[in-house]
Ligand binder design. Structure first.
Ligand code: G1P
Length: 306
């Protein structure tokens, strides 16, 4: 694969948001509420992702949903009666909150009939792309990567090095078994970010056999070639079609893949152990709730014997 000329510029139109999971780690709440609608303070995780996509300049959100998860899409509808009521009562702040989601990149539902894996989910989104889209972003709604804006940086790296760029965190070795793990080497890159070249990638390896402690964390900038690779993989870890295996296949075939090691923090909204700290973090930063929360958290910690 040739490097793009320095004048080529990546414009992401579509952000793929896989949201078809059953949310089993969040039962019983997820019996009736999709986990993507659970609020981080007052805003569902999926809306935070849509805001991140809007910030990137994307115009379409391809939301992969399961047959019984239509509520996720409904969140992006407009709510005329509610808006009228709030307007008539002069509740401008609440009105803006109701309207916000409908002003974000247009969501398109892509139904995944069976839970065949992240690779399968992402592959389905090809059907909604325009012919001129040579790159897509994937944002996993379980992962909040902060501060936002990491995909913009990954776009800069693709403009320089071509191919695909994935977001990585360096995690403790005992945690790698939860992730897609990168086999890396030094990149031919002198820019301002921490960038490495990927030699290979393996999904959820044992800690002992993992090639590094750099792991994939929820943000991918993928060349359109990924869709062809996704059609050629077979079930991998957990018996599922893995996005990781399609990335590994691209690398084998000479497609450049790099990671941008994010210098920031991350919350995993996919389970209560990661969701609770996210709510506390956003709560403490909130102008209305922050000061009180700080005070009561101190009391609670004291009570629990810090
Ligand atoms: C998925 C990916 C994995 C990645 C992780 C990031 O796994 O398959 O490669 O590291 O997201 O959160 P999941 O968490 O869906 O099991």
């Amino acid at each position: 694969m040739t490097k793009p000329s320095s004048s080529s510029s990546t414009q992401v139109k579509t952000v793929i948001v896989p949201a078809a999971g059953m949310g089993t780690r969040f039962l019983p709440a997820t019996k009736t509420v999709p986990k993507e609608l659970l609020p981080v303070v007052d805003t569902p995780g999926i809306e935070l992702i849509a805001e991140e996509a809007a910030q990137l300049g994307a115009t379409r959100l391809a939301i992969i949903t399961a047959p019984k998860k239509q509520e996720v899409l409904a969140h992006f509808d407009s709510f005329p009666e509610l808006e009228e009521l709030l307007g008539a009562r002069g509740k401008e702040e609440q009105l803006a909150k109701v309207r916000r989601a409908s002003q974000l990149p247009a969501p398109v539902a892509v139904e995944q009939e069976k839970p065949l894996g992240l690779g399968h989910a992402v592959g389905l989104a090809e059907a909604v792309l325009d012919d001129d889209e040579d790159v897509v972003a994937v944002m996993l709604p379980d992962d909040l990567v902060l501060p936002t804006g990491v995909v913009e940086k990954m776009v800069e790296v693709r403009n320089e090095l071509g191919g695909s760029v994935l977001c990585a965190f360096d995690v403790p070795q005992e945690d790698v078994y939860n992730y897609g793990v990168f086999d890396i080497e030094e990149a031919d890159y002198n820019g301002e970010y921490r960038v490495k070249k990927v030699r290979g990638m393996v999904e959820k390896p044992d800690a002992e056999s993992a090639p590094s402690t750099f792991v994939a964390t929820g943000r991918y900038l993928l060349d359109r070639a990924i869709f062809d690779a996704l059609k050629r993989i077979t079930p991998g870890a957990g018996g599922e079609l893995q996005l990781t295996d399609a990335v590994a296949l691209l690398i084998e075939e000479g497609h450049p893949v790099h990671i941008l090691v994010h210098e920031g923090k991350r919350h995993d909204l996919g389970n209560p152990g990661g969701y609770i700290p996210a709510v506390v973090d956003f709560g403490l930063a909130h102008p209305t709730y922050g000061p009180h929360l700080k005070k009561v958290l101190r009391e609670i910690i004291e009570e629990h014997g810090a």
